[in-house]
Write a protein that binds this ligand. Structure first.
Ligand code: 13P
Length: 252
């Protein structure tokens, strides 16, 4: 059985004081979670977060990593720097990075390789825009993003990788994909992975849904066959809300 994984993506929120307060509140609320629990915090909060979750079942994640191991890349952070701070997971290719910071399928692929080489577990984000969805291009877009992100990634590295399907139009908008739509597109993503790596490896991969997932809709989304977790933005900024998502109840 795959262990579901629910991760909070704090984006550019919380200073060190807020990080300590939020995680101190969160630790006891999620201690009995059946799923793997991750918080992806801003770089400057990593050390505070590491201390606040020490001894708990919460794992530490970052929100980006550079593709080079070191060098003249002003403002960037390497995998080794993150590993030194005990970071385990890293988001790569979030739609906000693609939209505002010029992230491409090629740079996503380069970052995925650097993350794996550096001992990090990538959470690769894919998803279509509203325009792409409305013009019937959802499948084409996510397949292209998957093929790009996984170029030259070896099968034996797959168990370290998580995929997050985040339709761009559902992020921060309060619009969630219906559970069925999310499930269907994740099935398309899994099919693309099957084509690259075969059935067993693709079926074993964990694919999250993200986009206005919250305390109210988590049970339904997590009950879908293809959905193996969640990537939570806004609702991960309140301990009680995030805990409710993490402690989701399967609907039969
Ligand atoms: P929201 O949950 O705020 O819609 O954000 C989703 C997201 O982008 C997580 O990475």
């Amino acid at each position: 059985m795959k262990r579901p994984i629910i991760a909070g993506n704090w984006k550019m929120n919380n200073t060190n004081a807020g990080t300590k307060a939020l995680l101190t509140e969160l630790v006891p609320l999620v201690k009995d979670a059946k799923c793997e629990v991750v918080v992806c915090v801003p770089f400057t909060d990593i050390d505070t977060a590491r201390k606040a979750i020490r001894g708990s079942n919460i794992k530490l994640g970052a929100q980006n990593v550079h593709w080079a191991p070191k060098g003249a890349f002003t403002g960037e952070i390497s995998a080794e720097m993150l590993r030194e701070l005990k970071v385990e997971y890293v988001l790569i290719g979030h739609s906000e990075r693609r939209q505002y910071f010029g992230e491409t399928d090629e740079s996503v692929n380069a970052r995925v390789k650097a993350a794996i080489d550096g001992g990090l577990k990538p959470i690769i984000c894919v998803g279509e825009t509203l325009e792409e969805r409305e013009s019937g291009k959802t499948a084409e877009v996510v397949i292209r993003q998957i093929n790009g992100a996984f170029k030259d990634i070896e099968k034996y590295d797959l168990k370290k990788i998580v995929v997050a399907y985040e339709p761009v139009w559902a992020i921060g908008t309060g619009k969630t994909a219906t559970a069925q739509d999310a499930n269907d597109t994740i099935a398309v993503i899994r099919k693309a992975l099957r084509k690259l790596y075969g059935k067993t490896a693709a079926n074993a991969m964990r694919i999250q849904y993200g986009g206005s997932m919250n305390a109210k809709n988590a049970d339904e989304l997590m009950s879908m066959k293809e959905i193996d977790g969640g990537l939570i933005g806004g609702a991960s900024l309140k301990a009680a809300d995030f805990a409710r998502v993490v402690n989701y109840q399967e609907i039969q």
